[in-house]
Ligand binder design. Structure first.
Ligand code: APR
Length: 191
């Protein structure tokens, strides 16, 4: 299967690719953060390492000012040393079997991040696969939720962004997102 796939939604390019989110040339990358906005492991640890102390300090300051970030919400900080200028930190749900509003909360995390990007007049944004690592959300379940949430936002905000990119870390994750995209019902109302 190809390492890159592109579609178009409401005048925005939607790209699925395999790669490392820390090196993406977009206006903002999204961090799968914890509510304390500390570096942690996984993609968050990688983003904080690449951004350096300025990023970690900016996140800590927001935590001090606002308290823990609720699941599904998002905040924005400068990126420190990253190629992308901004980091949008959002907290996805911890998987608890699927009957604890996980899908709703995951969709919210994507929508909050996109809304923040648009509010800051950013034109391009890259997402990792939120919640499917340490937080245990099965990627086959998360991918259609993520893609429907993004598609719904882009349909509701035509041309608000030039590009939304999903940067998947493994071939298996890319395949899951690609398959989920192909399987989304064309006209189903998006959440
Ligand atoms: N680029 C893109 N994706 C990455 C990268 C990277 N450099 N590094 C890891 N990933 C992928 C993982 O393979 C996984 O598919 O990001 C996805 C999300 O995994 P996690 O980082 O574990 O995020 P999440 O499941 O949302 O858990 C959040 O993890 O790091 C802690 O502090 C964080 O407590 C929070 C929790």
């Amino acid at each position: 299967m190809s390492e890159r796939f592109a579609a178009e939604v409401g005048g925005t390019r939607l790209v699925l690719l395999r790669g490392d989110i820390t090196t993406q040339d977009v206006d903002a990358i999204v961090n799968a953060a914890n509510p304390e906005l500390t570096p942690g492991g996984g993609v968050s640890g990688a983003i904080h390492r690449a951004g350096g102390p300025a990023l970690t300090r900016a996140a800590a300051q927001i935590r001090r000012e606002r308290g823990p970030l609720p699941t599904g919400e998002a905040v924005i900080t400068p990126s420190g040393k990253l190629r992308a200028r901004w980091v949008i930190h959002t907290v996805g749900p911890v998987w608890r079997g699927g009957r604890h509003r996980e899908a709703d909360l995951l969709a919210r995390a994507y929508r909050s991040s996109l809304a923040l990007a648009v509010a800051h007049l950013l034109r391009s944004i890259a997402f990792p696969s939120i919640s499917t690592g340490v937080y245990g959300y099965p990627v086959e379940e998360a991918a259609p939720v993520a893609l429907r949430a993004v598609r719904g936002f882009l349909r509701a905000h035509p041309q608000a962004l030039d590009e939304v990119r999903f940067v998947l870390f493994s071939a298996g994750d890319l395949a899951a997102y690609r398959q989920a995209w192909e399987g989304l019902p064309a006209e189903a109302p998006d959440p």
